[in-house]
Structure formats: structure tokens, C-alpha cells
Design a protein around this ligand. Structure first.
Ligand code: S3P
Length: 449
């Protein structure tokens, strides 16, 4: 039984810290919640369509709910009806000025994509967020959106809280991404929806392409071309979006925690159903396979325009590898849990080219180095990666309370480390997990019972 219990010293009503204890094998079948990136976009595009869109499988995590609340504040009607969500859109160009600051909570995706939407609407909006989000760089979207005509008053360092004023009509631009970021790409494309003319984004390194896939489904005129090894994406504005019925596949980023857990807990044989395997997102499963993981794709199919399969994951002996930095964009959110796999592998795993991890919900290189060391792993932090010497399957000592820095993925990764520890791993707070994976601990208890 994988018990998830608070240590007795914490008052019951205010328990946030948890100790994740050593676990038996993970078995049976589980289904992880809907994809976070796709859920944000389904709500946003539904809110910009004329008419009613229906979404099934929406992730009901705090980040996505922050997007829904912001869109409601700008005129869209968004409701849960039964298992589905229904969105009545205002049409491209129809967003209303919100009366209050938009509270983005912990969500960088909500913030940056909504800034893109607002940039080409003639409205003013204020954005606020929690302590983690308020440290994250917004200059990367402020720069291109300012060139399109929007103006911004950010906090020092280009951070939240900020106020922005959109420009209608905005000016179309051609923008080459200086950093591999689907959020920046999407912000510019979304601004392009209500901008007369062709807005172009050039991606030297491909990033997740849900925006492009889904905008096509909503009827936007959008072209994607490979040119000189780069992806060139053009959106024609102003666009008319038609309502659409969307089925959101399971989130590969959430499935990754269970894929690693089943790989490192002896005796495990777990099926994770309905996992999105878009090639711009599935890097973690490819790297785990290189490390010797036993991951079988069952019933490969298409769900809502995205490749999907059930993953059967069995315990395997993992070996340390050098992770090719070119794969990083397709698994950018999965490094924290990959580091757990590395900590249990035979030999050393080296990662490089991961500077972007320093500007996620926390500085994930230093947070994971610190957390793994506290759990007894052998880790070396460099400027752009971690080197981890694995235990060849021996449990980590575990024990010490770990700071999760308001970062859901640090919390879940260290929870998985607890399953293969001697004394369990205590994390300071499980609350951040609700931003992306509200039923994480329930599923863990179910799989490891
Ligand atoms: C996301 C893009 C990625 C990822 C984030 C979700 C998206 O961020 O880390 O969790 O939905 O577009 P970057 O674009 O900053 O790499």
C-alpha cells in the first residue's frame, strides 16, 4: 500500500506537508487527467469562436480554471455541464475589458497566452499571480507584443504584476523566437488572430504544436512550412473562428510521473490509458526507453487530432545515459521526474542545455539538485543541467523535508522518489499539485495499493 500520510506533528486542519512512503508495485489501469496545454487552448479558442464549443476531458486543475475565470471576466460564458465543458464565445475582436485584475495564480501558460490575445484587442488588463509566477520573465512576450502595438507596464525585471493595453488594429510582425518556447510562439499567433494581415512566427527549434493543430480545427487560416531547417508559421488575420467540439487526451506530462514510478518500483506492471503522444511532447518516453525502460504502446489511435495510446509500463533496470539536449523541448516539463529515474539508474546520467528549467515554476535545476541531495542522491549541478549518479536500483535514504518552491512538478517528482526510498520522502507542501494534477495522490494510492 502506498500510503500518503501527514506526519503526526502537523495539525490536521492545516496539513500541507506529506511524507510519501516506500511502495509496493504499481499495477492495474489508471487514466491521468486531460492535457494542460490543450485544455488552456480549447477554452481560449472556444471563447474566441462565434457560437458554442464543447470540450470533453478538460483538465480541471487550478491553472486551467484560472484561464476559464479570465475568459469569463472578458465576456465568454464557460460552464461545466455534466462531464463536459461548454464555451459560448464572443468572437475574435469581441473580448471585453475585464473589470478587475486577472489573477493567474501559478500559471505561466494562462498569463502569456492571454497577454497575446489581449494584445490585439482595444482593452486594458492587469495581471497578477502567486509568488512563483511573479518571479517569471514576461519580457519574452512583452517584446514581440510591443512590436505589434501593445503597451505594458510590468514590475521591475519585466514581471507580474503588470498592466497592459492592447492595440486594435495591431500590426502584423514576423518574429523569430529567440528562445524555444511554445508559450511565446502561441502568444504571437494569438495576437495575430485579430491583427489584419499575416503574422509570422519562425521557430528554429520545434516546440509543442497544439496551438497550430487546434487553430486549424477552429477554422483559422494558418500555414506551417519547413524552411532551411526552421518552422515558419503564418496566421491570417483577422480570423473568424467556428465553434468546435474538442476531446482532450490525457496529459503526457502527468503520465510521465507514473511511467517513471512503474519503471523504478520493482514488480510494477501498470497501464496508463489515453496518453497524448504528440511528437513535440513525447520525449520523456523516448529517453526512458533509451535508459532501458519497458514501455509498450497499446491501441495507438487519434483523439481530437492528437496521437494517443495506452502505455503499458513494467519495472525495468534503468541505466544512466547522456541525454541529447536536442530532445529537451519535447520533454521540457518532464526533467524533474526524469532526474528521479536517473537517481535510481545504474551509472551516471548527464543532462545539458537545460537553461530554460531555471525559469519554470521554480528554478528546477537548483530545486531538484537540492531536493535529490536531501533525499540522499548523488547530484552535481552545472549551469545548464544536472549530473546524477544512480543507485542501480537501491532505495534512496529519503527522510529530510524537501522545499517544493510552489512547483507542482517538484512536489510530484519527489513524491515518486519517496516510493523507492528507505524512510519515505517528506515534501513541505502538496498544494501546488492541484495546479496540474488534482487527483495525483489518489491515483498513486490506487495504482500502488
Ligand atoms: C507550455 C509550454 C512550455 C511548458 C508549459 C506549457 C504551453 O513552456 O513548460 O508547461 O502550454 O505552451 P515554454 O513555452 O515556456 O517552454
Amino acid at each position: 500500500m502506498c500510503a500518503v500520510k501527514a506526519p503526526p506533528s502537523y495539525g490536521y486542519a492545516f496539513v500541507t506537508a506529506h511524507r510519501f512512503l516506500p511502495s509496493g508495485p504499481l499495477t492495474g489501469r489508471i487514466r491521468v487527467p486531460g492535457d494542460k496545454s490543450i485544455s488552456h487552448r480549447a477554452l481560449m479558442f472556444g471563447a474566441l469562436a462565434v457560437g458554442r464549443s464543447r470540450i470533453s476531458g478538460l483538465l480541471e486543475g487550478e491553472d486551467v480554471l484560472a484561464t476559464a475565470a479570465a475568459l469569463r471576466a472578458m465576456g465568454a460564458t464557460i460552464e461545466r455541464t455534466g462531464e463536459d465543458w461548454v464555451v459560448d464565445g464572443v468572437g475574435v475582436g469581441g473580448l471585453l475589458q475585464p473589470e478587475q485584475a486577472l489573477d493567474m495564480g501559478n500559471s505561466g501558460t494562462s498569463t502569456r497566452l492571454l497577454m497575446g490575445l489581449i494584445a490585439s484587442h482595444g482593452i486594458t488588463a492587469a495581471f497578477t499571480g502567486d509568488a512563483s509566477l511573479s518571479k517569471r520573465p514576461m519580457g519574452r512576450v512583452i517584446d514581440p507584443l510591443s512590436t505589434m502595438g501593445a503597451s505594458f507596464t510590468p514590475s521591475p525585471g519585466g514581471t507580474l504584476p503588470l498592466i497592459m493595453e492592447g492595440m486594435q488594429p495591431a500590426v502584423p510582425i514576423a518574429y523569430r523566437l529567440p528562445v524555444a518556447s511554445a508559450q511565446v510562439k502561441s502568444a504571437v499567433l494569438l495576437a495575430g488572430l485579430n491583427t489584419p494581415g499575416i503574422t509570422t512566427v519562425i521557430e528554429p527549434v520545434p516546440t509543442r504544436d497544439h496551438t497550430e493543430r487546434m487553430l486549424g480545427g477552429f477554422g483559422a487560416k494558418l500555414e506551417v512550412e519547413e524552411k532551411d531547417g526552421e518552422r515558419v508559421i503564418r496566421i491570417h488575420g483577422p480570423a473568424d473562428l467556428n465553434p468546435c467540439d474538442i476531446v482532450v487526451p490525457g496529459d503526457p506530462s502527468s503520465a510521465a510521473f507514473f511511467a517513471v514510478a512503474a519503471s523504478i518500483v520493482p514488480g510494477s506492471d501498470l497501464v496508463i490509458e489515453n496518453v497524448g503522444l504528440n511528437p513535440t511532447r513525447d520525449g520523456v518516453f523516448r529517453v526512458l526507453a533509451q535508459m532501458g525502460a519497458n514501455i509498450e504502446k497499446l491501441d495507438e489511435r487519434d483523439v481530437g487530432g492528437e496521437p494517443v495510446a495506452d502505455l503499458r509500463v513494467r519495472h525495468a533496470k534503468l541505466r544512466g545515459i547522456e541525454v541529447d539536449p536536442a530532445i529537451a523541448p519535447s520533454m521540457i516539463d518532464e526533467f524533474p521526474v526524469l532526474f528521479i529515474a536517473a537517481a535510481l539508474a545504474d551509472g551516471t546520467t548527464e543532462t545539458t542545455g537545460l537553461e530554460e528549467l531555471r525559469v519554470k515554476e521554480s528554478d528546477r535545476l537548483s530545486a531538484m539538485a537540492e531536493a535529490l541531495k536531501l533525499a540522499g542522491a548523488n547530484v552535481e549541478e552545472t549551469d545548464d543541467g544536472l549530473g546524477i549518479e544512480g543507485t542501480a536500483g537501491q532505495p534512496l535514504p529519503g527522510g529530510s523535508p524537501i522545499a517544493t518552491h510552489l512547483d507542482h512538478r517538484i512536489a510530484m517528482s519527489m513524491a515518486i522518489a519517496g516510493l523507492v526510498s528507505r524512510d519515505g520522502v517528506e515534501i513541505d507542501s502538496i498544494e501546488p499539485i492541484a495546479t496540474s494534477f488534482p487527483n495525483f495522490t489518489a491515483l498513486l494510492n490506487e495504482a500502488a495499493k
